[in-house]
Design a protein around this ligand. Sequence first.
Ligand code: FAD
Length: 408
Amino acid sequence: MAEFTMELNDEQKEVRDWLHGFAADVIRPAAAEWDEREETPWPVIQEAAKVGIYSLDFYAQQYFDPTGLGIPMAMEELFWGDAGIALSIVGTGLAAVGVLANGTEEQIGTWIPQMYGDANDVKVAAFCSSEPDAGSDVASMRTRAVYDEAKDEWVLNGTKTWATNGGIANVHVVVAVVDAELGSKGHASFIVPPNTPGLSQGQKFKKHGIRASHTAEVVLENVRVPGSCLLGGKEKLDQRLARARERAKTGGERVKNAAMATFEASRPAVGAMAVGTARAAYEVALDYAKTREQFGRPIIDNQGVAFQLADMRTSIDAARLLVWRASWMAINGKQFTAAEGSMSKLFASETAKTVTAQAVQILGGNGYTREYPVERMHRDAAIYTIFEGTSEIQRLVIARTLSGMSIR
Ligand SMILES: Cc1cc2nc3c(=O)[nH]c(=O)nc-3n(C[C@H](O)[C@H](O)[C@H](O)COP(=O)(O)OP(=O)(O)OC[C@H]3O[C@@H](n4cnc5c(N)ncnc54)[C@H](O)[C@@H]3O)c2cc1C
């Protein structure tokens, strides 16, 4: 375990500065254009692939940083550049993590390279869990996967929604119900390989923010995938289902869901994205407040403006510290006894919303136009309190963890 220090080591500083350079030189200048186009910024993803920022290897390296700070640092810098473009770059990671967490070595080796493609032919992947009637309430999922034993194939039917890269992905990871009586314990994840008949893109959403990131429905109509596409394999699934049925029958103690632990560990990454957006808006506001003059002096000369900036920076730093604590806990295998992962996501995402709104206010009329980036950052920030569990769901998780009671 690394000794406690508040300072990044030389290697971390080098990676951070390199990512910051990419965010400043490649991502930020392209942000307004792709926000207006509301399209996946393929050329920027390709640039990221060329320099090594769009690959599993890069994120795996960051993940295994023993301090836990590799991933939050990377997220903060990329999302500082622009949230929509950064999500297009890191969105594939969500599907890749789904395979890494549940897949066999063979599945990892087969599918993850196909999710990213290569610098000459970049690909993206999608993770499809949410449904029109199953957002926060994941257990009410309806998409079914039925095993056709004669052909050793799974048949998937249902409609997924809000899928980042849904329909344009080379590889889709789809969560489906295999045993409806077991609630979320009866879910399993499947790979849908490229060009599988029956999978199609439904509505593509026109969004408030992160408009460079593609979000769409994914329709599954009699989608047949080989048995080998069940993540983890059939034997493991059968064993897991048998255990869940036994517990349901005997009313045995609810074993802490492994998925919950994974969420606790992954939520700080979303918190770090929010810190990146908040910091970007704060920096623009600070510069503006120092140069914009009214009543014969810079507007920062008024405590009303200066104190807002002081509060903005204080919340951003507090958010980062919560994110770093939870990330450090995750990599060091610490128990999240107070839902520290959820805490970091909750605080950082709410901070991003508040700070970007304050930045718009400090820029006055200019803040309200698309001539200045804070307008876009404010729209982008709203997503952090919604995806990967809304703020209300984070509060629910924290309150349940603290109290041990099933608060509704
Ligand atoms: C841009 C974008 C990208 C996304 N990407 C993906 C993706 O790649 N893959 C994927 O699977 N999903 C994705 N999602 C889905 C996202 O995770 C869901 O939108 C989110 O979980 C909320 O679900 P919902 O939209 O159905 O809201 P609902 O669950 O309907 O919630 C609506 C409101 O009710 C509140 N609420 C619900 N239940 C409770 C409760 N028990 N107590 C208090 N308040 C409650 C919520 O907090 C919220 O304010 C994405 C969403 C967006 C917008």
